[in-house]
Design a protein around this ligand. Structure first.
Ligand SMILES: *[C@@H]1O[C@H](CO)[C@@H](O)[C@H](O)[C@H]1NC(C)=O
Ligand SMILES: *[C@@H]1O[C@H](CO)[C@@H](O)[C@H](O)[C@H]1NC(C)=O
Ligand SMILES: *[C@@H]1O[C@H](CO)[C@@H](O)[C@H](O)[C@H]1NC(C)=O
Ligand SMILES: *[C@@H]1O[C@H](CO)[C@@H](O)[C@H](O)[C@H]1NC(C)=O
Ligand SMILES: *[C@@H]1O[C@H](CO)[C@@H](O)[C@H](O)[C@H]1NC(C)=O
Ligand SMILES: *[C@@H]1O[C@H](CO)[C@@H](O)[C@H](O)[C@H]1NC(C)=O
Ligand SMILES: *[C@@H]1O[C@H](CO)[C@@H](O)[C@H](O)[C@H]1NC(C)=O
Ligand SMILES: *[C@@H]1O[C@H](CO)[C@@H](O)[C@H](O)[C@H]1NC(C)=O
Length: 833
């Protein structure tokens, strides 16, 4: 349902920044036949009236009318009034319904076997079919059950045939034929075995075999706009203790472009089962549910998600499996519409199952080293698809009276058929992928964000491959019309300029929904500027993190190069340090800002196997929001790290004077340790509140890094700190901070710590500043270290994996997930531009 309009909608979402539309269903089925079989009176169930069988008998042709009434009053279950009576069929019988609106229809059959006169309904055996599809064959029932099917009816009449097997008979307690909204089941879905797309769902007859509300109670048909029933998941969980139920029904948002209330009600989206990882931040397990299925059939599996657990965007990343297949990787539910608690779903079509169990698992991502392990699932539907004979049942009615010999033939035919189908599907998929590469936008399904964050091996178009780069290919969804930008900035009002840089001017602006933005308008196109413009869009549209400035959109109309970002109320870190007259920041604030920026950089460096190097880390590129939360900005120069391409030697040394890694300068070889060096300079800037290069000072003081390191090596760093901080920094905190900066500035990259290490040490410096031990006003670091884990003082370990583990284990809370993606392969490709 979102497929065809995905990109258009996404832009609307961007422009109206989530003016959330609560799509209350309002769906009224055009065709709505509800029959209480065997009953002489109309029966009301919830708000629906099932008409008496005699009023319905004009739909039915049957050799003999036999009504049955349970001798005792049936009380079990929501549907009990319907189970009180039944109709018995002694021969082939047909219900014929006039279809007023073609399209998918539910066909729900209610069965409750009881004994009436000479009929023991649990002995009944029969088939139910339509012209094209067999729903049930040789079917018998031992306990009450509702069978739900859906078919796309394109003819004027729908004929449902009930055929008793052999000498047996058939029965039915109630019957529904009801229109389904067209958007509910679209024509295609992802496949994972092999990876591709399944087309032709509109022709499938489907049987709902499981419809589950994760982490919540039964949601009955009364609370579902389409009269569906959702059952709790507990009995399907393989290990109940691995999952926790969570609930926040009020939080659920239905956004334009996401799921609607017809997809699933908020009672379903508002509860979830999540990983029970609370007590162990290094948890690494899957939560798995197991469902009975019938081998030999394909299934449409629909996962319903809604992030009701995160407190911040980009906190939750997880993988989703069907059996042992990774079907969606690094799912970040907050990226669907850049807000939490948005309801959405993903559809997958399985290959014909061989087992009689289908397992569904969710688990932490393994490619993101520092994401807190968690995973959620809110709802799940498993729908059986008809086989190549059009049947949803083990034995198709056409061959049900055949000899065993014939049956073997059918089975063999089936598997050969399946094989041919698989091969055809494979060819089809390869063909589709090729086409999709050319035209991928606008065809993305519900899960636009995931195709960006990898998972299914989608290939993205290489927009730089031809070197001309006139259009920005797959980032179209961020494109904002020039008129909207003009309007937002009062036609680039000069008095709205908040900054001027090498790239051009930065304006503040307000989108028409009131969102404050910063609008960076590039100078007229130069090849150089264009490359940076593109890098920036590419980086920011793919890496979303709490500590990276978010891109809201861009505009490349009329040769413009305009980038629109979230507005950062408090401007640059630099402006708070010196030169602008801003009130000076406390040491704690400064540490927190450094920690935030370090997180952003850590995400860039380690979020994925291949590092992204910012290349222009400086205090002017660290922005502060209204709460002084730091976000790293300006990705125009970013590049992927050397692991990708060992031979890469950058052609031009770029970056900002005073922050530049001397090793990079010498060897022109870029690693993430160049960012570490620059970050070390920022740390000193934060501590000393002076420009990194100040030519007005005596010679030995001009370069902040050199000057500060002189004092640090003498152990007297406190001599040169910001006057506003004198006497306000605890000595241990300063010592830790100074050591950290010193390590960052090591001559050789290999000797510098990783951003993860730095983060850890800054957090430690913050704790040293903040902690006041009771009865110990005199600062005593030994005591404090005793409180913390013993490893934390060990700064100089060189094994990054060890440090990463320590880091994860100890400051999990602050780590707002790290998502990286296969986008990098894309970046590598674009390297040659
Ligand atoms: C079925 O039997 C019950 C009592 O056993 C009676 O109250 C009810 O009216 C009967 N319903 C029909 C449709 O015959
Ligand atoms: C049952 O409802 C139908 C349609 O709503 C109506 O035409 C019929 O008269 C009702 N039958 C009885 C027995 O109330
Ligand atoms: C139903 O089946 C059972 C055994 O399967 C048999 O004992 C019983 O007589 C059957 N009842 C009827 C009414 O045919
Ligand atoms: C129907 O099922 C019964 C057992 O439930 C079996 O004995 C019988 O052979 C089946 N009939 C056909 C036609 O498959
Ligand atoms: C039903 O089938 C028709 C004919 O192929 C198709 O045009 C229509 O989109 C289908 N409807 C649904 C809801 O799948
Ligand atoms: C279902 O709706 C009823 C009222 O219509 C309400 O009392 C009940 O709490 C709802 N159940 C759920 C699971 O939402
Ligand atoms: C989760 O399940 C998948 C599929 O069975 C498996 O490959 C993966 O290793 C599991 N992860 C964990 C942490 O057990
Ligand atoms: C399901 O039945 C339709 C005919 O209605 C057929 O075209 C389709 O191929 C069948 N599906 C599968 C998976 O065989």
């Amino acid at each position: 349902m979102m497929g065809s309009v995905g990109s258009r909608r996404f832009l609307c979402v961007l422009l109206s920044i989530l003016s959330l539309v609560c799509l209350s269903s309002g769906f009224t089925p055009v065709d709505n036949y509800l029959i209480d079989c065997g009953s002489l009176t109309n029966t009301t169930v919830g708000n629906r009236v099932f008409v008496a069988d005699n009023s319905a008998s004009n739909f039915l042709s049957t050799p003999k009318n036999t009504f049955a009434n349970a001798s005792i009053s049936v009380t079990s279950g929501d549907d009990s009034p319907l189970y009180q009576t039944a109709r018995i069929f002694d021969g082939t019988s047909k219900y014929t319904f006039l279809i007023n609106q073609p399209g998918r229809h539910w066909i729900r059959l209610y069965f409750y076997p009881f004994v009436s006169g000479s009929y023991d309904m649990s002995n009944a055996s029969f088939g139910v079919s339509t012209l094209n599809h067999a729903f049930l064959s040789n079917f018998s029932v031992k306990a009450s059950v509702v069978k739900e099917f859906s078919v796309n009816v394109t003819s004027k009449n729908l004929v449902i045939t009930i055929t008793p097997s052999g000498n047996s008979f058939a029965f039915l307690n109630a019957l529904e034929v009801v229109s389904v909204p067209d958007e509910l089941i679209t024509d295609d879905a992802e496949t994972f075995n092999p990876v591709g797309r399944f087309k032709g769902l509109s022709w499938q007859a489907l049987e709902t075999v499981h419809r589950v509300n994760m982490g919540g109670p039964t949601v009955s048909f009364e609370n579902d706009t389409l009269g569906r029933t959702w059952v709790p998941d507990q009995s399907f969980l393989i290990q109940k203790n691995l999952a926790i139920s969570v609930s926040n029904v009020a939080a659920v948002k239905y956004v334009d472009g996401g799921a609607t209330q017809d997809s699933a009600p908020n009672a379903v989206y508002g509860t979830a089962s999540r990983m029970n990882s609370d007590n162990n931040p290094s948890s690494n397990f899957n939560v798995t549910w197991e469902f009975n299925v019938q081998p030999g059939f394909q299934y449409l599996v629909r996962f319903h998600f809604c992030d009701i657990v995160s407190r911040n965007l980009n906190e939750l990343y997880f993988d989703v499996y069907i059996d042992s297949w990774l079907v969606a990787e690094n799912v970040d539910p907050s990226s669907v519409a850049n807000t939490l608690a948005v309801a959405f779903y993903m559809d997958f079509v399985t290959a014909a199952t061989v087992s009689n169990k289908l397992r569904v698992s969710i688990g932490p991502t393994n490619t993101i080293s520092s994401a807190y392990p968690n995973a959620i699932l809110n709802g799940l539907e498993i729908m059986k698809m008809n086989n190549s004979l059009g049947s949803l049942s083990g034995t198709a009615p056409a061959v049900s009276n055949s000899s065993s010999k014939k049956n073997v033939g059918v089975i063999a035919g089936l598997s050969i058929g399946a094989l041919i189908l698989a091969v055809l599907a494979g060819i089809f998929i390869m063909f589709c992928r090729k086409r999709r590469r050319l035209a991928r936008q606008g065809h993305s399904k519900t899960w636009i964000p995931f195709s960006i964050s990898g998972g299914n091996s989608h290939t993205m178009g290489s927009k730089y491959s031809n070197g001309t780069a006139t259009s920005l290919g797959y980032n179209l969804r961020y494109r904002i019309p020039f008129v909207a930008v003009q309007e937002a900035t009062n036609s680039f009002d000069e008095s709205w300029v908040i900054g001027i840089g090498g790239f051009g001017k930065v304006y503040r602006g307000v989108l028409n929904d009131g969102t404050k933005v910063a609008v960076k308008r590039g100078n007229p196109r130069s090849q150089q500027g264009l490359a940076e413009f593109q890098t920036e869009i590419e980086m920011l549209s793919q890496f979303r993190h709490r500590h990276l400035v978010s891109l809201i959109g861009y505009c490349d109309e009329k040769n413009e190069m305009i980038l629109i970002y979230e507005y950062m109320e408090n401007g640059t870190l630099k402006s708070h340090l010196y030169g602008s007259g801003s009130p000076s920041l406390s040491w704690k604030d400064r540490l927190e800002i450094c920690i935030g920026a370090a997180r952003g950089l850590h995400y860039l460096h380690t979020g994925y196997a291949k590092a992204v190097i910012h290349r222009d880390v400086k205090s002017a590129n660290i922005l502060l929001d209204e709460n002084l939360m730091a976000k790293v900005a300006d990705f125009g120069l970013s590049k992927t790290g050397p692991e990708i391409d060992q031979t890469h030697v950058s052609t031009a040394v770029k970056g900002s004077f005073g922050y530049l890694d001397p090793e990079y300068f010498r060897r022109q070889q870029l690693t993430e340790k160049s960012d570490v060096y620059s970050f070390g300079v920022v740390l000193l800037e934060v501590l000393c509140a002076r420009p990194v290069i100040d030519p007005s000072l005596p010679r030995e003081m001009v370069n902040l890094a050199e000057w500060a390191m002189k004092w640090q090596k003498r152990g007297q760093l406190e001599q040169i700190i910001d006057a506003a901080l004198v006497g306000k920094i605890r000595p241990d905190s300063l010592r830790k901070f100074g050591e950290t900066a010193e390590k960052c500035l090591a001559d050789f990259g290999v000797d510098r710590p990783s951003m993860g290490d730095i983060l850890w040490n800054l957090e430690y410096a913050l704790q040293l500043q903040a902690a006041v031990l009771p009865g110990d006003p005199e600062e005593n670091s030994t005591n404090m270290i005793g409180e913390l884990s013993p490893q934390i003082n060990n700064f100089s370990h060189s094994d990054d994996s060890v440090s990463a583990t320590q880091f994860e284990a100890s400051s999990v809370d602050g780590l707002s997930g790290v998502s990286m993606s296969r986008v990098f392969s894309q970046l590598v490709k674009s390297e040659g531009r």
